[in-house]
Structure formats: C-alpha cells, structure tokens
Design a binder for this molecule. Structure first.
Ligand SMILES: Cc1cc2nc3c(=O)[nH]c(=O)nc-3n(C[C@H](O)[C@H](O)[C@H](O)COP(=O)(O)O)c2cc1C
Length: 189
C-alpha cells in the first residue's frame, strides 16, 4: 500500500511540509509505504482545456505531471498540503489539480481506463494559513472536497492549521497530531 503526499508549498521544511511529513509518518506507522512529491521542484504547466484528454486519457502537455498521474493511479491514498495564498491554494497546487482533467471524460465521469483505480480513491488535505482563523482556508477545502464529492472519491478529511513563520507549526501539538491521524486513517482500510 502506497500513500502519496503532495506538497504545494515552495517552502521546504515550512509549515505545510512539516504537517505533510507528520501525515506520512502516520501512514508509515499504519504499515504503508510513503512518498512525498514537492510540486515546486517539478515542471507542471496549467491545463490548456484542449479537451484531447477527454477522448484519449492522455494529456498533450509533456511535463512532470504524466509521471505524477501514474503515481496517483497507483496510490492507495493521496494527501495534499497547501498553504493559503490569497484565500486560495498555491499556484503550484492549482496547476497540479487542474491537470487532473486527464482522468476524466467530457462529462466529468472517470475515464474508463482509470475508473478502477480512481473510483473511491482516498483523498485528504492539509491547509496552513497565516491568519489565526483557520477558516481562511475554507475555499481550499471547498475545492478539494467538492472535487472528491463530485467524482465519488473517498474524502478522508482535512487538517486546517494556522501559522505564519517558517516552521512555526512545529509548536502546534494539536495540528501535528491531527496530521499524524489523517495519515494513519489514509492507510487504514
Ligand atoms: C504569496 C502569499 C500569499 C499569502 N496569502 C495569505 C492569505 O490570503 N491568507 C492567510 O491567512 N495567509 C496568507 N499567506 C501566509 C501563508 O499562508 C503562511 O505564511 C503559511 O504558514 C505558509 O505555509 P508554508 O510554510 O507551508 O509555506 C500568504 C503567504 C504568501 C507567501
């Protein structure tokens, strides 16, 4: 069983990274193999809405997303982590999420070829915002949760935390525990 962690923050060892690492530690404790992908180190262009993938299941853009798409298909669960940038997710995470189009047919049902691996795929989310009110991240949660609900994925839940300075979240025992629990849940059938 493989649990994939997708980091949307460009700050390595920053708050989202720390919480995602805790989630992956939880998944590991539950017996899973884990892998973290740092989107900022990948080349991922925005979706062109050319709709070619609707028919072929293959994206016309040749970049690092094709490899990541393969890892998503193989993963038992995918846990995302993004800080809030202007009441939204980071550009890295948005480019990645838009490229999920490749998995869908024109009516937003799963491509036949991907359906067996994507139906019921376990999806979770970690958000960090500088605002002390964690609900500043509600639009990010809405985006991921709605995608999961629309497509029949298994929503594992979210961890919403507040921190500003790099690494500050390491002092937040509650958020660390919630992230660990999310990872453990992701890896527990
Ligand atoms: C470009 C940019 C935009 C931001 N916009 C917001 C925002 O709209 N609301 C908020 O609460 N924090 C905002 N922040 C603060 C970050 O969410 C916060 O510093 C977070 O801890 C960064 O997480 P990281 O360490 O994982 O990168 C912004 C930070 C940056 C760099």
């Amino acid at each position: 069983m493989k649990i994939l962690g997708i980091l949307g923050s460009p700050r390595i060892k920053g708050n989202s990274d720390i919480l995602l690492s805790r989630a992956l530690a939880g998944a590991k404790e539950a017996g899973a193999k884990v892998e973290k992908i740092i989107l900022d180190r990948k080349q991922i262009s925005g979706c062109k809405d050319c709709k070619k993938c609707n028919k072929t299941g293959i994206c016309v853009i040749r970049d690092d997303m094709s490899e990541i798409q393969g890892k998503i298909l193989d993963a038992y669960a995918v846990i995302h982590a993004s800080p809030v940038y202007f009441w939204s997710m980071t550009a890295q995470m948005k480019a990645y999420l838009d490229r999920w189009c490749v998995f869908f047919a024109a009516d937003w049902s799963w491509q036949k070829a991907y359906y067996p691996q994507m139906k019921g795929k376990r999806i979770g989310l970690i958000t960090v915002c500088g605002d002390t009110n964690v609900h500043t991240a509600d639009p990010v949660v809405h985006s991921f949760k709605s995608t999961a609900q629309m497509t029949g994925m298994h929503w594992l839940g979210d961890v919403m935390a507040a921190a500003g300075d790099k690494g500050e979240i390491a002092q937040n025992a509650k958020a660390l525990q919630e992230a660990f629990d999310l990872g453990r849940k992701a890896a527990t059938p």
